[in-house]
Design a protein around this ligand. Structure first.
Ligand SMILES: *Cc1c(COP(=O)(O)O)cnc(C)c1O
Length: 354
Protein backbone atom coordinates (compact mmCIF):
# COMPACT_ATOMS: atom_id res chain seq x y z
CA UNK A 1 0.00 0.00 0.00
CA UNK A 2 1.24 3.48 -0.70
CA UNK A 3 2.51 5.51 2.22
CA UNK A 4 4.30 8.75 2.90
CA UNK A 5 8.05 8.11 2.71
CA UNK A 6 10.37 10.06 4.97
CA UNK A 7 11.38 13.35 3.40
CA UNK A 8 14.89 13.66 1.96
CA UNK A 9 17.26 12.96 4.85
CA UNK A 10 19.62 15.76 3.80
CA UNK A 11 16.82 18.27 4.43
CA UNK A 12 15.74 17.05 7.91
CA UNK A 13 13.54 20.03 7.44
CA UNK A 14 15.07 22.73 9.49
CA UNK A 15 11.41 23.88 9.67
CA UNK A 16 11.76 25.84 6.41
CA UNK A 17 11.80 29.59 6.15
CA UNK A 18 9.22 31.50 7.98
CA UNK A 19 8.23 34.94 8.90
CA UNK A 20 5.10 34.82 11.06
CA UNK A 21 2.16 36.66 9.48
CA UNK A 22 0.60 37.83 12.73
CA UNK A 23 -2.34 40.23 12.66
CA UNK A 24 -1.37 43.75 13.77
CA UNK A 25 -2.45 47.31 12.92
CA UNK A 26 1.09 48.34 12.06
CA UNK A 27 3.08 45.71 10.17
CA UNK A 28 6.74 46.60 9.92
CA UNK A 29 8.20 43.10 9.76
CA UNK A 30 8.81 42.09 6.13
CA UNK A 31 10.36 45.14 4.46
CA UNK A 32 7.46 45.66 2.08
CA UNK A 33 6.64 49.07 0.68
CA UNK A 34 4.19 50.90 2.95
CA UNK A 35 2.69 52.54 -0.13
CA UNK A 36 0.56 50.79 -2.75
CA UNK A 37 1.64 50.94 -6.39
CA UNK A 38 0.30 53.97 -8.33
CA UNK A 39 -3.49 53.86 -8.89
CA UNK A 40 -2.87 54.38 -12.59
CA UNK A 41 -0.80 51.16 -12.67
CA UNK A 42 -3.76 49.19 -11.29
CA UNK A 43 -6.01 50.73 -13.97
CA UNK A 44 -3.50 49.90 -16.71
CA UNK A 45 -3.23 46.33 -15.44
CA UNK A 46 -7.00 45.75 -15.28
CA UNK A 47 -7.41 47.11 -18.81
CA UNK A 48 -4.54 44.99 -20.15
CA UNK A 49 -5.84 41.81 -18.51
CA UNK A 50 -9.04 42.11 -20.56
CA UNK A 51 -6.97 41.43 -23.69
CA UNK A 52 -5.07 38.39 -22.40
CA UNK A 53 -5.83 35.06 -24.10
CA UNK A 54 -6.00 33.07 -20.89
CA UNK A 55 -6.79 29.85 -22.77
CA UNK A 56 -3.21 29.96 -24.11
CA UNK A 57 0.08 29.49 -22.29
CA UNK A 58 1.91 32.75 -21.59
CA UNK A 59 4.84 33.97 -23.69
CA UNK A 60 7.49 31.57 -22.40
CA UNK A 61 10.55 33.81 -22.87
CA UNK A 62 8.66 36.84 -21.43
CA UNK A 63 9.88 38.81 -24.45
CA UNK A 64 8.33 42.22 -23.75
CA UNK A 65 9.03 42.22 -20.04
CA UNK A 66 12.67 41.25 -20.50
CA UNK A 67 13.11 43.89 -23.20
CA UNK A 68 11.68 46.55 -20.88
CA UNK A 69 13.86 45.51 -17.91
CA UNK A 70 16.89 45.35 -20.22
CA UNK A 71 16.15 48.90 -21.41
CA UNK A 72 15.92 50.07 -17.78
CA UNK A 73 19.46 48.81 -17.13
CA UNK A 74 20.97 49.48 -20.56
CA UNK A 75 21.66 45.79 -21.26
CA UNK A 76 20.30 43.25 -23.77
CA UNK A 77 17.23 41.04 -23.11
CA UNK A 78 19.56 38.01 -23.32
CA UNK A 79 21.11 39.26 -20.07
CA UNK A 80 17.80 39.21 -18.16
CA UNK A 81 16.21 36.21 -16.42
CA UNK A 82 12.78 36.74 -14.80
CA UNK A 83 11.01 34.54 -12.28
CA UNK A 84 8.36 34.51 -9.54
CA UNK A 85 10.16 36.72 -7.07
CA UNK A 86 13.91 36.97 -6.77
CA UNK A 87 13.75 33.89 -4.55
CA UNK A 88 12.80 31.81 -7.59
CA UNK A 89 15.64 33.50 -9.47
CA UNK A 90 18.04 32.37 -6.71
CA UNK A 91 16.56 28.88 -6.72
CA UNK A 92 17.03 28.63 -10.49
CA UNK A 93 20.65 29.78 -10.20
CA UNK A 94 21.30 27.11 -7.56
CA UNK A 95 19.51 24.38 -9.52
CA UNK A 96 21.76 25.21 -12.46
CA UNK A 97 25.06 25.90 -10.70
CA UNK A 98 24.75 24.32 -7.23
CA UNK A 99 23.61 20.83 -6.31
CA UNK A 100 25.22 17.75 -4.75
CA UNK A 101 29.00 17.92 -4.53
CA UNK A 102 29.02 21.72 -4.87
CA UNK A 103 29.20 24.52 -2.33
CA UNK A 104 27.61 27.91 -1.80
CA UNK A 105 29.34 30.50 0.40
CA UNK A 106 27.42 32.99 2.53
CA UNK A 107 28.57 35.63 5.03
CA UNK A 108 26.40 35.44 8.12
CA UNK A 109 24.34 37.11 9.39
CA UNK A 110 22.63 37.67 6.06
CA UNK A 111 19.39 36.88 4.21
CA UNK A 112 18.30 33.45 5.51
CA UNK A 113 16.97 32.32 2.13
CA UNK A 114 20.47 32.18 0.62
CA UNK A 115 21.51 29.24 2.77
CA UNK A 116 18.00 27.79 2.90
CA UNK A 117 17.59 27.59 -0.88
CA UNK A 118 21.14 26.26 -1.18
CA UNK A 119 20.31 23.37 1.16
CA UNK A 120 17.00 22.61 -0.54
CA UNK A 121 18.84 22.28 -3.85
CA UNK A 122 21.38 19.89 -2.26
CA UNK A 123 24.17 22.46 -2.24
CA UNK A 124 26.53 22.39 0.74
CA UNK A 125 26.66 25.73 2.59
CA UNK A 126 29.94 27.19 3.81
CA UNK A 127 29.63 30.12 6.20
CA UNK A 128 31.90 33.10 6.51
CA UNK A 129 31.36 35.61 9.29
CA UNK A 130 31.31 39.37 9.71
CA UNK A 131 33.04 41.81 12.01
CA UNK A 132 31.36 43.24 15.15
CA UNK A 133 29.78 45.98 13.06
CA UNK A 134 28.61 43.48 10.42
CA UNK A 135 31.22 44.18 7.74
CA UNK A 136 32.81 41.46 5.64
CA UNK A 137 36.56 41.38 6.18
CA UNK A 138 38.07 41.00 2.65
CA UNK A 139 41.03 38.96 3.98
CA UNK A 140 38.68 36.54 5.78
CA UNK A 141 36.56 36.30 2.64
CA UNK A 142 39.60 35.48 0.49
CA UNK A 143 40.65 32.75 2.92
CA UNK A 144 37.17 31.19 3.02
CA UNK A 145 36.74 31.24 -0.76
CA UNK A 146 40.24 29.90 -1.35
CA UNK A 147 39.67 27.05 1.10
CA UNK A 148 36.14 26.04 0.09
CA UNK A 149 36.14 26.79 -3.68
CA UNK A 150 32.38 27.45 -3.81
CA UNK A 151 30.49 27.20 -7.10
CA UNK A 152 28.33 30.10 -5.88
CA UNK A 153 29.14 32.97 -3.51
CA UNK A 154 26.36 35.15 -2.12
CA UNK A 155 26.58 38.79 -1.23
CA UNK A 156 23.61 40.90 -0.19
CA UNK A 157 23.93 44.64 -0.72
CA UNK A 158 22.42 46.36 1.18
CA UNK A 159 22.58 43.39 3.55
CA UNK A 160 19.35 42.13 5.06
CA UNK A 161 18.96 42.20 8.08
CA UNK A 162 21.93 44.37 9.08
CA UNK A 163 21.25 47.24 6.65
CA UNK A 164 24.48 48.45 5.16
CA UNK A 165 25.48 48.26 1.48
CA UNK A 166 28.72 46.34 0.98
CA UNK A 167 31.56 48.69 0.06
CA UNK A 168 32.64 48.41 -3.58
CA UNK A 169 36.14 47.29 -2.49
CA UNK A 170 34.64 44.33 -0.62
CA UNK A 171 32.62 43.23 -3.64
CA UNK A 172 35.71 43.60 -5.84
CA UNK A 173 37.79 41.51 -3.41
CA UNK A 174 35.13 38.78 -3.38
CA UNK A 175 34.85 38.85 -7.19
CA UNK A 176 38.60 38.50 -7.39
CA UNK A 177 38.80 35.56 -4.98
CA UNK A 178 35.62 33.63 -5.89
CA UNK A 179 36.21 30.74 -8.29
CA UNK A 180 32.54 30.54 -9.41
CA UNK A 181 29.46 32.73 -9.65
CA UNK A 182 29.12 35.73 -7.36
CA UNK A 183 25.47 36.58 -6.81
CA UNK A 184 24.92 40.08 -5.45
CA UNK A 185 21.36 40.23 -4.09
CA UNK A 186 20.24 43.84 -4.57
CA UNK A 187 16.67 43.51 -3.30
CA UNK A 188 17.21 46.97 -1.74
CA UNK A 189 19.53 48.23 -4.48
CA UNK A 190 17.51 51.39 -5.19
CA UNK A 191 18.25 52.65 -1.67
CA UNK A 192 22.00 52.27 -2.15
CA UNK A 193 24.43 54.86 -3.46
CA UNK A 194 26.10 52.35 -5.79
CA UNK A 195 25.22 49.13 -7.65
CA UNK A 196 27.24 46.04 -8.56
CA UNK A 197 25.60 46.30 -12.01
CA UNK A 198 28.42 48.77 -12.79
CA UNK A 199 31.01 46.04 -12.19
CA UNK A 200 29.64 43.55 -14.74
CA UNK A 201 31.87 44.50 -17.70
CA UNK A 202 34.56 41.83 -18.09
CA UNK A 203 33.20 39.79 -15.14
CA UNK A 204 30.87 37.12 -16.60
CA UNK A 205 30.60 35.36 -13.22
CA UNK A 206 28.87 38.36 -11.61
CA UNK A 207 25.08 38.02 -11.28
CA UNK A 208 22.95 40.83 -9.82
CA UNK A 209 19.43 40.04 -8.62
CA UNK A 210 16.61 42.54 -8.14
CA UNK A 211 12.98 42.29 -7.11
CA UNK A 212 9.68 44.10 -7.62
CA UNK A 213 8.71 43.18 -4.04
CA UNK A 214 10.23 46.14 -2.19
CA UNK A 215 10.79 49.48 -3.94
CA UNK A 216 8.30 48.67 -6.70
CA UNK A 217 5.61 47.99 -4.07
CA UNK A 218 4.58 44.73 -5.73
CA UNK A 219 5.36 41.96 -3.23
CA UNK A 220 1.97 40.42 -4.02
CA UNK A 221 2.76 40.10 -7.73
CA UNK A 222 5.84 37.85 -7.21
CA UNK A 223 8.36 39.10 -9.73
CA UNK A 224 12.14 39.29 -9.60
CA UNK A 225 15.00 39.09 -12.07
CA UNK A 226 18.69 38.60 -12.56
CA UNK A 227 21.01 40.67 -14.72
CA UNK A 228 23.66 38.19 -15.83
CA UNK A 229 25.80 36.88 -18.66
CA UNK A 230 23.64 35.29 -21.43
CA UNK A 231 25.18 31.88 -20.61
CA UNK A 232 23.92 32.18 -17.02
CA UNK A 233 20.47 33.23 -18.26
CA UNK A 234 20.34 30.22 -20.61
CA UNK A 235 21.28 27.89 -17.75
CA UNK A 236 18.44 29.30 -15.63
CA UNK A 237 15.97 28.91 -18.52
CA UNK A 238 17.04 25.26 -18.80
CA UNK A 239 16.17 24.40 -15.19
CA UNK A 240 13.09 26.53 -14.53
CA UNK A 241 9.65 25.02 -15.18
CA UNK A 242 8.15 25.78 -18.58
CA UNK A 243 5.74 28.74 -18.60
CA UNK A 244 6.64 29.53 -14.99
CA UNK A 245 5.90 33.24 -15.38
CA UNK A 246 2.16 33.81 -15.77
CA UNK A 247 0.68 36.25 -18.28
CA UNK A 248 -0.59 38.45 -15.45
CA UNK A 249 2.83 38.58 -13.74
CA UNK A 250 4.52 39.55 -16.99
CA UNK A 251 1.98 42.32 -17.55
CA UNK A 252 2.23 43.59 -13.99
CA UNK A 253 5.98 44.02 -14.33
CA UNK A 254 5.87 45.47 -17.80
CA UNK A 255 3.31 48.11 -16.79
CA UNK A 256 5.12 48.95 -13.54
CA UNK A 257 8.15 50.06 -15.55
CA UNK A 258 6.06 52.98 -16.87
CA UNK A 259 6.09 54.37 -13.33
CA UNK A 260 9.79 54.57 -12.58
CA UNK A 261 9.46 58.15 -11.34
CA UNK A 262 6.74 57.18 -8.86
CA UNK A 263 8.95 54.34 -7.63
CA UNK A 264 11.85 56.72 -7.13
CA UNK A 265 9.59 59.13 -5.26
CA UNK A 266 8.60 56.32 -2.87
CA UNK A 267 12.26 55.46 -2.33
CA UNK A 268 13.08 59.12 -1.54
CA UNK A 269 10.17 59.37 0.88
CA UNK A 270 11.17 56.17 2.70
CA UNK A 271 14.81 57.27 2.88
CA UNK A 272 13.70 60.51 4.51
CA UNK A 273 11.57 58.66 7.05
CA UNK A 274 14.49 56.32 7.71
CA UNK A 275 16.56 59.33 8.75
CA UNK A 276 13.82 60.47 11.10
CA UNK A 277 13.39 57.00 12.68
CA UNK A 278 17.16 56.55 13.03
CA UNK A 279 17.45 59.91 14.79
CA UNK A 280 14.59 59.03 17.15
CA UNK A 281 16.14 55.63 17.94
CA UNK A 282 19.35 57.49 18.74
CA UNK A 283 17.55 59.13 21.68
CA UNK A 284 16.41 55.80 23.15
CA UNK A 285 18.37 53.17 25.04
CA UNK A 286 19.02 50.98 22.01
CA UNK A 287 22.10 50.26 19.93
CA UNK A 288 21.51 50.85 16.19
CA UNK A 289 23.42 50.28 12.98
CA UNK A 290 23.46 52.54 9.92
CA UNK A 291 21.10 51.47 7.12
CA UNK A 292 21.21 51.89 3.34
CA UNK A 293 17.87 50.07 3.03
CA UNK A 294 14.22 50.42 4.12
CA UNK A 295 14.76 48.86 7.55
CA UNK A 296 16.85 49.43 10.66
CA UNK A 297 18.44 46.83 12.93
CA UNK A 298 18.60 47.75 16.60
CA UNK A 299 19.28 46.14 19.98
CA UNK A 300 17.53 47.19 23.19
CA UNK A 301 20.21 47.85 25.79
CA UNK A 302 18.43 47.43 29.12
CA UNK A 303 15.38 45.29 28.37
CA UNK A 304 15.28 41.82 26.86
CA UNK A 305 14.58 41.91 23.10
CA UNK A 306 11.84 39.25 23.25
CA UNK A 307 10.06 41.30 25.88
CA UNK A 308 10.29 44.45 23.75
CA UNK A 309 9.01 42.56 20.69
CA UNK A 310 6.05 41.19 22.70
CA UNK A 311 5.38 44.64 24.16
CA UNK A 312 5.24 46.15 20.69
CA UNK A 313 2.89 43.41 19.48
CA UNK A 314 0.65 44.03 22.50
CA UNK A 315 0.43 47.61 21.13
CA UNK A 316 -0.40 46.14 17.70
CA UNK A 317 2.99 46.96 16.18
CA UNK A 318 4.66 43.98 14.49
CA UNK A 319 8.39 44.07 13.75
CA UNK A 320 10.93 41.30 13.07
CA UNK A 321 12.41 39.46 16.01
CA UNK A 322 15.97 38.45 15.10
CA UNK A 323 17.02 37.96 18.73
CA UNK A 324 17.53 34.20 18.38
CA UNK A 325 19.37 34.31 15.03
CA UNK A 326 23.05 33.45 14.95
CA UNK A 327 25.18 36.56 15.29
CA UNK A 328 22.18 38.81 16.03
CA UNK A 329 21.52 38.04 19.65
CA UNK A 330 19.15 40.56 21.19
CA UNK A 331 18.45 42.29 17.85
CA UNK A 332 15.18 43.48 16.36
CA UNK A 333 14.57 44.80 12.84
CA UNK A 334 11.99 47.40 11.95
CA UNK A 335 10.82 48.16 8.42
CA UNK A 336 10.40 51.84 7.62
CA UNK A 337 6.69 52.48 7.08
CA UNK A 338 4.55 55.56 6.48
CA UNK A 339 5.13 58.48 8.83
CA UNK A 340 2.05 57.62 10.92
CA UNK A 341 3.15 53.98 11.23
CA UNK A 342 6.67 55.01 12.23
CA UNK A 343 5.19 57.31 14.88
CA UNK A 344 3.10 54.46 16.27
CA UNK A 345 6.23 52.29 16.36
CA UNK A 346 8.37 54.95 18.07
CA UNK A 347 5.73 55.75 20.68
CA UNK A 348 5.17 52.06 21.43
CA UNK A 349 8.91 51.39 21.62
CA UNK A 350 9.44 54.26 24.02
CA UNK A 351 6.73 52.80 26.27
CA UNK A 352 8.27 49.32 26.09
CA UNK A 353 11.70 50.61 27.04
CA UNK A 354 10.46 52.51 30.08
C1 LIG B 1 12.84 40.72 0.38
C2 LIG B 1 14.09 40.13 -0.18
C3 LIG B 1 14.08 39.46 -1.39
C4 LIG B 1 12.80 39.40 -2.17
O1 LIG B 1 12.37 38.17 -2.49
P1 LIG B 1 11.18 38.08 -3.54
O2 LIG B 1 11.13 36.62 -3.77
O3 LIG B 1 11.60 38.85 -4.74
O4 LIG B 1 9.97 38.66 -2.91
C5 LIG B 1 15.25 38.98 -1.91
N1 LIG B 1 16.41 39.15 -1.25
C6 LIG B 1 16.47 39.81 -0.09
C7 LIG B 1 17.76 40.04 0.57
C8 LIG B 1 15.30 40.31 0.48
O5 LIG B 1 15.35 40.94 1.66
Amino acid sequence: MSSIPPIRPDLSLTEGYHSPQVAADVRLNTNESPFPPPAKWSEDLLAALADVSFERYPDRPATELRAAIAALHGVTPEEIFCANGSNEVLQSLLLAFGGPGRRAAVFEPTYALHSHISRVTGTEVVEGGRTEDFRIDPADARALLGRSQPAVTFLCSPNNPTGRAEPKETVLAVLDAAPGLVIVDEAYGQFSSWTALDLRAGRPGLVVTRTFSKTWAMAGARLGYAVADPAVVQACEAVVLPYHLSAQTQLAGLLALRYTEEMEARVACIAEERGRVAAALGDLSVETWPSDANFILFRPLRIDADEVWEGLLARSVLIRNCASWDGLSGCLRVTIGRADENDRFLTALEECLR
